[in-house]
Every structure is written in C-alpha cells, then in structure tokens.
Design a binder for this molecule. Structure first.
Ligand SMILES: O=C[C@H](O)[C@H](O)[C@H](O)COP(=O)(O)O
Length: 296
C-alpha cells in the first residue's frame, strides 16, 4: 500500500469509528444500523475521490454486486485500501441482508473494519468454508495470478482465499498487468519466522536468484515490520524472465525452511475487477474472458 492510501484508509476508519456507539461484546451480533449506514454510504462524496480512489471504489462495488449474493452467509474480507469499498457496498445491501451473515477478516485491519461497520465477526477456525472472499492485490497478471502482501497480510489472506468457494480480486487500473513485476517493483513479499530470516535471505540471494531480497523495515518503528502473526517480511524482486512463471517462483520459495507464506497467489482467483480512469470496470475471469462494464 502507498503512504497516501494508508492515510486515506486511516481517515475512513476514523470517520467510521467516531460515528459508532461503543460496541460491547454482546452487541456485536446485533447489526447497528443507522449511524454506520449513514457514514459508510458516503464517507467521502464520490466526486471528491481521486481518480485512483474512485477506480478502487468502482471495482469493489461492481464485484460485490456480482458476487456477494443475498443467500451467502460467510464472507471473507481482505486487507488493503480497496477493501473498505467492498465493506461499504456490503453494508449498503442493508441490515436485513447482513444480519445472519458472518465476516471473516484477513488481519487486524479488516477485523477493525468489520467491527466498526457493525457486521458480525467470525474466524476461519469456526467457519472453514467461506462462500466468497474479496480482496485487493498489488498486481494481477493475465492468468489472474497475483502479488499480494504489500501490507504484510498475505499469510492470512491466502488462508481465507483458499477457504473460499470463490475468490475475487478488486483493484484499480494500475494493478492490471500482462506480467507480474511490471509496475509493482518492491518484489515478492515473503513472511518468515524471525529466527530464520538471515538464513532465508541467504537462500534467496544465493540459490533462488533474488540478489536484492531484503528485510522489510518498519516506518514509524525501529526495526523490521512485524506481521499480525509475529513474523518478519522479506521483499524479493525477481527479473522479468523469472516472473513469467510465478508458480515456480512461489513453489521454490515455499520450500525454504523458515518461510511461512509467499505473496504469490497462483491459479486461485475466479475473477478480477479493475476500476478504470474513465469510470468503466474491466472484469477478467479465469476462463480467459475479459469484459468492460459501465457501472450505473
Ligand atoms: O498485504 C496486503 C494485501 O495483500 C493487500 O490486499 C494488497 O497490498 C493490495 O492493497 P491495496 O488495495 O491497498 O492496493
């Protein structure tokens, strides 16, 4: 996620949470209606959103309209700056539609978002089968393989994606690429157990072919980023040729002892929604179909 995305996201969360009555554990099962709906309906008027933010919103809203069916009861909510628009649209389906649903988060951020939105919170150990999971991506290729983990959430994200009967990606136009690594240059995010990070870094440099792999450092904290699971993250850039086959890259890295999860999601998504600058949405499905839709 970019710094600007983070700021917007925090602003949106702040707006949502300040409008909420204090939630008590018992009250979470009861959808809190009016204040949240009002705030979420138009936290920032669409006309005031930047082009990128509006694109994220368009992608998220269209994907929710297509894939969050009225009868779905267990819904996975991903992480990042696009996902709040997913939640926004789900909340707008109304309290009646949401009262018997349970939402499964992919980390601290999405858990806060679910709670702040007055939706019912669950976990994947209670609900190992999820109807649909919607999540953002750092980049998506033509086969719907993607890089995830720009926000260090990819371990839980992959579990929640795998637990879902249908996994859907939502992103803005910058993420829609032919080949992974085209715009997202930070590298493949790799979650590692802390005591093994130096060994894994060595493996990446000397064996796997990522000489610039490095430990991700925190911004407002001394030392490395620590994930929601208490682990470290390594970012490993690969050359173009290598990224032509993301599945092999993923499999090789995953075999390194000390690696917990790799931020390459291959052959997992059923569809990807990309909001475009002109207000249209590109929808790609895993059967190779690409269509352009004009949300109303
Ligand atoms: O770890 C973070 C996640 O994989 C995000 O879904 C990914 O970084 C995309 O985030 P955004 O929607 O902010 O671009």
């Amino acid at each position: 996620m970019e710094a600007q995305d983070n700021m917007l996201l925090n602003k949106r969360l702040e707006m949502i949470t300040t409008a909420l009555p204090q939630a008590t554990p018992g009250s979470l099962a009861t959808p809190i209606e009016k204040p949240i709906l009002k705030v979420l309906k138009s936290p920032i008027p669409p006309g005031e959103l930047s082009v990128v933010e509006r694109s994220k919103q368009l992608a998220a809203w269209t994907a929710v309209d297509d894939y969050v069916k009225p009868h779905f009861r267990v819904i996975g909510i991903g992480s990042g700056s696009t996902v709040p628009y997913v939640v926004e649209r789900i909340v707008n389906q109304g309290a009646e539609a949401n009262k018997d649903r349970v939402f499964i988060p992919t980390g601290f951020q999405s858990k806060e978002l679910i709670v702040a939105s007055g939706l019912n919170l669950g976990d994947v150990d209670q609900y190992p089968t999820i109807d649909v999971t919607l999540d953002g991506a750092d980049e998506v290729d033509v086969q719907l393989n993607c890089i995830k983990g720009g926000g260090a959430c990819h371990l839980r994200e992959k579990v929640i994606a795998e637990a879902a009967l249908t996994f859907i990606l939502v992103a803005d136009y910058r993420k829609n690429v032919e080949r992974l690594g085209t715009n997202f240059k930070a590298g493949v995010p790799i979650e590692v157990v802390p005591f093994a990070y130096a060994k894994v870094l060595g493996n990446l440099h000397n064996v796997i072919g990522s000489p610039k792999a490095h430990l991700r450092m925190a911004v407002a904290k001394a030392g490395p980023v620590v994930t929601d699971n208490g682990n470290f993250v390594i970012d490993a850039p690969f050359d173009e040729e290598t990224m032509k086959d993301p599945y092999t890259v993923m499999a090789k890295i995953k075999m390194l002892t000390g690696v917990v999860e790799v931020g390459l999601f291959c052959h997992m998504a059923a569809a990807a929604y990309f909001g475009n600058q002109d207000g249209s949405v590109t929808v790609k499905t895993n059967n190779g179909e690409v269509k352009q839709v004009q949300p109303q």
